[in-house]
Design a protein around this ligand. Structure first.
Ligand code: HEC
Length: 88
C-alpha cells in the first residue's frame, strides 16, 4: 500500500515538474511579435522575412541590441516561433 502511494506521489511530482516547464513556454510568441517587434518598424518587416533558425537567432539578438525588450525566455519563445512560422 505504501509502495503504491509512493509511486503515485512520484508520478504526480514528475507531472507537476513537466507542467512548470510547459508554463515557461506558455509565452504568447505571436503577441510578442505584434507588440515588441512593431515599436521601431511595422511587424510586417519580420513577417515578410523568411529565415533559418540560426538567422532568426541572430536577427532577434540584433534587435535586442537596438533596444527590443525581450526577456531571455521571451527571446527563446519568439525565436522558436519565428523559425517555425517564418522559416526559409
Ligand atoms: C529598437 C528598435 C527595433 C525593435 C524593437 C525591433 N527592430 Fe527590427 N529593425 C530595427 C532597425 C533599425 C532595422 C533596420 C536595420 C537593420 O536591419 O539592422 C530593423 C530591421 C529588421 C529586419 C529586416 C532586416 C533583417 O535582418 O532581415 C527584421 C527581419 C527585423 N528587424 C525583425 C525584428 C523582430 C523580429 C523584432 C522583435 C524582436 C524587431 N525587429 C524589433 C529596429 C528594431
Amino acid at each position: 500500500m505504501n509502495r503504491i502511494l509512493f509511486v503515485a506521489g512520484a508520478a504526480l511530482i514528475i507531472l507537476a515538474a513537466q507542467g512548470c516547464q510547459g508554463g515557461a513556454s506558455g509565452i504568447d510568441a505571436a503577441a510578442l511579435l505584434e507588440e515588441r517587434c512593431s515599436e521601431c518598424h511595422k511587424p510586417e518587416i519580420p513577417k515578410n522575412a523568411r529565415k533559418s533558425r540560426a538567422e532568426w537567432e541572430k536577427t532577434v539578438a540584433r534587435m535586442i541590441d537596438k533596444g527590443a525588450k525581450l526577456s531571455p525566455d521571451e527571446k527563446r519563445a519568439l525565436v522558436r516561433y519565428l523559425s517555425r512560422v517564418y522559416k526559409l
